[in-house]
Write a protein of this length. Structure first.
Length: 339
């Protein structure tokens, strides 16, 4: 199990090493992007775009909001920051090519911790031929002790038509690939001061999005798609709103994501929460949610969880509005960023 990184001595901090010393050490851990003609160290990076179109997305991770250094190692944070962005590219039907990272941190931040973040990001990106190709570092406000990471990802569609959120039509089926509820369960475990079951704690520290599912869904004719970052009900709501349709989800199928002997059931049985609530409202697993024509063959890894119907835009579970279902479980439908 990874261990949270403990503060280093005062001689090995961002303030002591200096901006360019930090950059040199972080770049040494960044890896190499297969499509980068110019990487870190210049005024800007140059990344080839074989498709002729660039898919781009940005996520911001704030210490205390998205990660805690006493819960996660530096490498964990790097993996998580990269995964959140790579999943956005996959959810468009594309593959990642490069990342740009903006960092704000206190002068007392251990430089070795930032190297660990860079190593984690490089490891998450390497299987895709992607890497960090540039970015910026700044000192955070004097009264702030939090680290902030802003990550922008670039991707390539490889000739595919991008799959957006607004293409779902009545009669389509709703399907999902990847885990649901594991990160939320892991958060609940950590919040109670435990680190077991290891599987869900790791899922919170280092999400495992089904990256290949996005391009596979696009190739299979997916009509709409997004990743599940804020919770299934919330993100299904975003897709329903964009497509002006109703997504009616099957509670029995979603209940099956709680394996009787699996870690979600174990934690819930120990009094740590409601397993179905994690599946429906927990975010940060970055599963891929998509709709397909009824006659389409679902790609490997996708599970049918509902149907698309006509009506005022929204999400239902067995015909019951999502908000009512979440309230019955003692939850809100998903993560509220300014709530």
């Amino acid at each position: 199990m990874t261990r949270p990184h403990l503060p280093a001595d005062g001689a090995d901090t961002v303030g002591a090493v200096g901006e360019f010393g930090v950059i040199d050490r972080v770049v040494a851990r960044a890896g190499t992007a297969a499509l980068a003609d110019v990487g870190p160290g210049d005024d800007a990076a140059v990344v080839r775009t074989p498709d002729g179109r660039v898919v781009a997305s940005t996520d911001v991770l704030v210490e205390g909001r998205h990660f805690r250094r006493d819960w996660s190692s530096a490498e964990d944070v790097g993996h998580k920051a990269a995964a959140a962005n790579l999943a956005d590219v996959a959810a468009m039907g594309a593959v990642p090519t490069a990342l740009l990272v903006g960092l704000a941190c206190p002068a007392g931040t251990p430089t070795a911790w930032l190297e660990g973040v860079a190593a984690g990001m490089a490891a998450e990106c390497a299987p895709h031929g992607a890497a960090v190709v540039g970015g910026d570092t700044v000192a955070s406000a004097p009264d702030s002790a939090a680290v902030v990471l802003s990550v922008t990802v670039l991707g390539d569609l490889q000739g595919r038509t991008p799959v957006t959120r607004d293409g779902a039509r009545p009669g389509d089926v709703v399907a999902v690939a990847g885990r649901l509820g594991w990160s939320a369960c892991g958060w609940a475990v950590l919040r109670r001061g435990f680190t077991s079951p290891h599987a869900v704690v790791t899922a919170h520290r280092r999400p495992s999005p089904p990256y290949a599912a996005g391009p596979a869904a696009a190739d299979a004719g997916a009509t709409a798609m997004c990743d599940v970052s804020d919770g299934l009900l919330a993100d299904a709501g975003h897709l329903a709103e964009a497509s002006s349709v109703v997504l009616d989800l099957d509670r029995g199928t979603l209940q099956s994501f709680v394996e009787p002997e699996g870690p979600l059931a174990q934690v819930a049985a120990a009094g740590g929460g409601n397993a179905l609530a994690w599946v429906l409202t927990g975010g940060e697993d970055h599963a891929i949610l998509a709709t397909f024509p009824a006659a389409a063959d679902l790609p490997a890894g996708f599970v049918r969880i509902g149907v698309v119907e006509a009506g005022p835009a929204g999400v239902r579970v067995d015909g019951i509005p999502a908000a009512d279902v979440a309230e019955g479980l003692g939850e809100v439908p998903g993560h509220v960023h300014f709530g």
